[in-house]
Design a protein around this ligand. Structure first.
Ligand SMILES: NC(=O)c1ccc[n+]([C@@H]2O[C@H](COP(=O)([O-])OP(=O)(O)OC[C@H]3O[C@@H](n4cnc5c(N)ncnc54)[C@H](OP(=O)(O)O)[C@@H]3O)[C@@H](O)[C@H]2O)c1
Length: 163
């Protein structure tokens, strides 16, 4: 089963200059909790934006570069999203698509679950989460509106399941 996890600004921005535009410590904790001991699928650019290989998670990095190589047994490189779909679409384990925009766009149609962090502020960015047709999903969980103590950003956690 394929799931998507994303933090998205009010105007659907998810990043700029291959970086996140906010730091919400509770969101990072939620990301860690949800993805720990799971497989994470990501574009090569998102992989390179990480501070390093994240512990206790398998990283599946998508690139068209046949020579791309990462020296870590936690990282698998793949070149063909169709092969990935064949392998994981119907598997019982939850596999997490963690971005970025290019990969969300291609894999969102296959996601059974969405784990959203909706930030109540718009940002000036260069990468956007694709439009979601919320009619296709039911809400499994919605948190109260939370506020980051350090930067004052309001945000809400929402888990959706495809109907
Ligand atoms: N807010 C969030 O939750 C969140 C989460 C993740 C990322 N982000 C942000 O999103 C931005 C990065 O997103 P992005 O769209 O620029 O890049 P990306 O989706 O992370 O990576 C794009 C790369 O993936 C590879 N790729 C894409 N489609 C492919 C396919 N069909 N087959 C093989 N390889 C494929 C290509 O790599 P090659 O060029 O190597 O061929 C492409 O350049 C950053 O700003 C990051 O901070 C935000």
């Amino acid at each position: 089963m394929i799931s998507v996890i994303v933090a998205v600004a009010q105007n659907n921005v998810i990043g700029r200059d291959n970086k996140l535009l906010w730091h919400i410590s509770e969101d990072l904790k939620r990301f860690k909790k949800i993805t720990s001991n799971k497989k994470m699928i990501m574009g090569r650019k998102t992989f390179e934006s990480l501070p390093g290989v994240l512990p206790n998670r398998e990283h599946i990095v998508v690139t068209r570069d046949e020579n791309y190589n990462v020296n870590s047994d936690q990282v698998t490189i793949i070149h063909d999203l169709n092969l990935l779909l064949e392998k994981y679409l119907n598997c019982e384990d939850e596999i997490f698509v963690i971005g970025g925009a290019e990969i969300y766009k291609q894999l969102l149609p296959y996601a059974q679950k969405l784990y959203l962090t909706k930030i109540g502020t718009s940002f000036d960015g260069d990468t956007y989460f694709p439009e979601v047709n919320y009619n296709n999903y039911k809400t499994e969980y919605i948190s109260e509106q939370l506020t980051d103590e350090k930067n004052g950003l309001n945000y809400t956690f929402i888990d959706l399941t495809r109907i």
